[in-house]
Design a protein around this ligand. Sequence first.
Ligand code: IFM
Length: 711
Amino acid sequence: MSDTWLLSEDRVWPERVPWKESLFSVANGHLGTRGTFEEGYGDSVPATFMHGLFVTPPGDLPYLAPLPDWTTVSITVDGIRLRLDDRLPAGYERVLDFRTGLLTRRVLWQAPGTGVIRAEFRRLLSMADTGLAALEVNVTSLTDDVQIGIETGLDGSISGPYGSPWSGVDWKRPAQDRLTMRAESDDGATVTASSVVLGLGPLGVIHHARHPRLTATIDLAPGEWLSLTKYTGYRKGSGPEPDLPDDRFDQVLARSAAEWARRWETSQIEVPGDPFAEHALRFAAFHVIGGAPGSAEGAGVGARLLSGYGYRHHVFWDADIFCVPYLTMTQPDLARAHLGYRHRGLAGARRKAAQYGRAGAFCAWESAGTGDEVTPDWGETPSGERIRIRTGEIEEHIVADVAWAADHYVRWTGDRAFLDDEGAEMILDGARYWQDRVEIGREGRAHLRHVIGPDEYHVDVDDNFFTNAMAAWHLGIAAEHGAGRNDLAERLGLPDGWEEEFLDLAGRLQPLPGPEDVFEQHDGYFTLDHIDLSRFEPRLAPLHYILGEKVLERSQITKQADVVMGLVLLENLHGRALIGANLDYYGPRTDHGSSLSLAMHSIAASLAGRPEQAYDYFRRAAAIDLEDSMGNSAHGVHAATQGGLLQAALVGFAGLHLGLDGPEIRARLPEHWEALGFSFVHGGTRHEWEARAGKPARGDKAPRADHDGGG
Ligand code: IFM
């Protein structure tokens, strides 16, 4: 691997194009654009998304709408369209630079009977002006006199897997080099887009009702080139046209790169001795930072960030448990923005609780623009069978997951204002839900019956370990954060004596370890069939594809980390000794049929003091997107995988945690790592630490001399 700051490729693999579009996507916390070829390609899925711009077709669920497309550029050479699916390039290179967010593609191309041209595309979404997209196209004639035709505009006819969102499209040409479009969906969502095309001289126009284009025809002699710069601004609603720069692409790039550099200051990651891991972690940070909304107005962190249509950009616990904790430690403003989204969603969570006749806030398993539940009721199995999806009704641990992210944020950042203004309310109202939800058995224990835990292969189970453990923790923490907040307790309608009751319920709900310190994943799990997973290796598909839902349900095969994850998140409560025992038991029973699982196992193995096993999980987690090992990265980069990998490095290998006097590390590095360098923010101060190989002892940290020394 040459430069770990770069994602690069040097050939076009037709069947890999949609997957690579996800990997090469760029995002700036507001907009995200898939890495599609400007000239189009076969089954390519072009899309630019804006956080929060959900559209709900009649009778359907909300999805993040693709904006009128800015990326398409048709190039003809002597009248023949440049398309790499019509004719393979003679030379090709694509590079995404994580440092700057710049995506570059260079193509050598020749159609029959034309000269050879070199086309170079550079694009970015500005980190400095987050409504702005910038594209530069240079075309050079290398061998012959050629005539180049260019068409580029705004495509309001764009459609994706959920159809074409914009039923109303109006456009105008306020200046000869500019197009402005206003697009409106059936449910009233609107966006205004404006493009300017510079550098081509006088432009013509194609008056297409939904896809107007500016055009130019330019003759090039050998060695001559043309260069166009296109800026596109997007604004939600139908307000005034967005302002557009008139300076050079490199100036826009420099301003954006400076903002990326600011982000990287606190997300530095270096793994001397392992360029693969260093690259995977930089890739992860690039996508998580760019894909997380910069403001609470927008939305939460979607399950596929801003890189594809997967899960319609709905927000799951993937955000709270996998991405937000990493952001809390490195980009606290982004973590705060997501938590603001969760707080705004409280009204929807209360509506959901009320719908089930319960008190408090029952967070949506999947949410979109508001906190209301938007999980589909029906889905399809791989064999095409229609099945009920019950996660929206009974995958209730989401309530505690949101509280966990909020509590972790408060402890790590010390942001009391968040706790006072929003956090305590979120945590208390979620705990109120549990208080109302639990059932007390005759034996005096509290139960959560009819739930789905993280292991979604077992639906409608009683006393799922993760759910009970997290709910118990949540009730306890609510008593801590709510203490003395009488006004809030009154406003939320908490009954007198609520603190004692919460603590009492927490004690009764707390799962107890079974034989040899192994927790039973849910009531009756130990009696299920044990199936030896190694029989199915090497395996290219998750087991529910191979065995079917029914067999899985009767077996101990678990979809993803469940008990193991509970023990990782609640490490302070249970102690790390239990993690090893449960990892040994559940590891061989886990299918990793979800993108969330492997990175969490990596953290667990690190906490259990097993760096080589942790590395094996880490490597497999990194392959999910970088090698498309689950076969579904075409729908977008997996947020939970990427956030999980970053935590696997910081929390797992480096062992970063809060000690009594602040952050500490307890490094356990794989043998072949010389060191792990990383930066983070604690209490508003940036730190840069290095965990070194061969010194796994507590306190193995070395703030570098040229930084704050705050380690
Ligand atoms: O949140 C996850 C869930 O745990 C497993 N199925 C996919 C969801 C979205 O990534």
